[in-house]
Design a protein around this ligand. Structure first.
Ligand code: FES
Length: 60
């Protein structure tokens, strides 16, 4: 988990996204958008968020 900013528009960090995936059980980019607002402005971080999702969802 890190403080690296993934979504520049909303200032959402890697750690916040991981928390949403792990603690709330979110599985899609849309879920992350609704929960954290990451990806709701320019959409440029979608691939990065998807990558984090893929990484954590395949670990389970
Ligand atoms: S960087 Fe995430 S919406 Fe723009």
């Amino acid at each position: 988990m890190s403080n690296e900013i993934i979504c520049n528009c909303m200032g959402i960090t890697h750690g916040e996204i991981v928390t949403a995936i792990k603690e709330k059980g979110y599985k899609t980019f849309k879920d992350i958008q609704n929960e954290t607002e990451a990806g709701t402005v320019c959409g440029g971080c979608e691939d990065d968020i998807q990558e984090i999702l893929d990484e954590y969802l395949t670990k389970e």
